[in-house]
Each structure stands twice: as C-alpha cells, then as structure tokens.
Design a protein around this ligand. Structure first.
Ligand SMILES: CC(C)(COP(=O)(O)OP(=O)(O)OC[C@H]1O[C@@H](n2cnc3c(N)ncnc32)[C@H](O)[C@@H]1OP(=O)(O)O)[C@@H](O)C(=O)NCCC(=O)NCCS
Length: 158
C-alpha cells in the first residue's frame, strides 16, 4: 500500500497457466483501437498465442496486479544486448495509477539483470500521446522504415 492507502502495483512474471489472463488483459487494453481501419494485432491476442510465445521462448510476459487483481501486462524478449518490449497495456479503468510505469520499470530491471545495453518498444502507429508517454520516461523517439520506436540506452553495469 502507498501512504494514501492506494494499492501499489506489483509486477510478476507470467507462467504458462497465466496465458489466458495475459491475453485477456492485453486484448481489453487495446480494445480502444478496434474501430481503427487497421486493427493492432494485440487487440486479438489469444491465450494460445501467449502460450506458444512462452513455450518457444519467442516472448515472455509479466502481469501487473493491483490488490491481487491482474490489471496490466507486458510482453518482452531479449536478443543479444537489446530488450524489446510490447505489447504493454493496462485495463482502461485502472489507468493513471502508475501501473504502466510499474510494468516499464520492471522490464527495465530485467534488461539490467540481463546486461542489455538498449531497451526499445515500438510505438503504436507513432501515436503522439504514446510518444510523449515514453519521452517523459527518458526514451528517445526514433523513426525508422515508417515505424516509430521508443529507445533507451542503458549504462554498462559496473
Ligand atoms: C499507455 C498505457 C500502457 C499507460 O498505462 P497507465 O497505467 O495509465 O500509465 P501510468 O499510470 O504509468 O501513467 C499514465 C499517467 O498517469 C499519471 N499517474 C501515474 N500515477 C498516478 C496517480 N497515482 N494519480 C494520478 N496520475 C497518475 C502519470 O504521471 C501519467 O501521466 P503522464 O504521462 O502525463 O506523466 C495505457 O494507457 C494503455 O494501456 N494504453 C492502451 C494500449 C497502448 O496504447 N499501449 C502502448 C502501445 S505502444
């Protein structure tokens, strides 16, 4: 709990048994984009896909909990010295409570543990408010091949 009595988000690695919860949380977080002409793949993420990602090592996932309820999720993978994360999503009614920040801080800690030198996320459709969200958290915005990325360099560990 925080001093104001608001539960603090807790982030935990998702296991295979959590695949349905991860998929549900990500789908609900991206549902607001379903009306767009091009629907993001995350809005359709299935438990089967999450299970396959975890099983094959293509991606791992973490869940954020508020008072023991899953309210946010993030997927990530480490390749060489780079950690790439996404999708990251928080249930609409649980936003602006630091859950997104907790998920990003968690993947950043994973990156440091794995001695990564860079962390990056693709910014959905280069949306201005998302670019701003990452900028505020110390990310640089990079446009490459008509895609937008948020990139942070990590200092080498001593
Ligand atoms: C982007 C997203 C993950 C952010 O999640 P979130 O949990 O709302 O993020 P946070 O709570 O950490 O931060 C959101 C804002 O709330 C503010 N905030 C954090 N804790 C707060 C609190 N206790 N009280 C009031 N405001 C608070 C933050 O300062 C932040 O504002 P800022 O960006 O102007 O600084 C969420 O909006 C989302 O799921 N969007 C849909 C999916 C998506 O677009 N994913 C990203 C694709 S690249």
């Amino acid at each position: 709990m925080t001093q104001r009595g608001i539960p603090r988000p807790r982030v935990r690695i998702a296991r295979l048994r959590h695949a349905p919860v991860v998929a549900r949380v990500i789908r609900a977080s991206f549902a607001e984009y379903l009306d767009a002409a091009k629907k993001p793949v995350s809005a359709r993420l299935s438990a089967r896909q999450v299970r396959l990602h975890i099983r094959t090592g293509k991606k791992r996932y973490a869940l954020a909990y508020l008072a023991s309820r899953p309210v946010g999720a993030v997927g990530y993978r480490v390749k060489g010295r780079r950690l790439t994360f996404g999708p990251v999503g928080v249930l609409p009614r649980r936003r602006k409570a630091g859950v997104g920040a907790a998920l990003i801080a968690w993947v950043e800690r994973r990156a440091r543990v794995r001695r990564c030198r860079e962390i990056r996320a693709e910014v959905l459709w280069g949306l201005a408010h998302l670019k701003e969200y990452y900028r505020k958290r110390g990310y640089r915005i990079v446009e490459k091949n008509e895609r937008t990325y948020a990139v942070k360099r990590l200092a080498p560990q001593g």
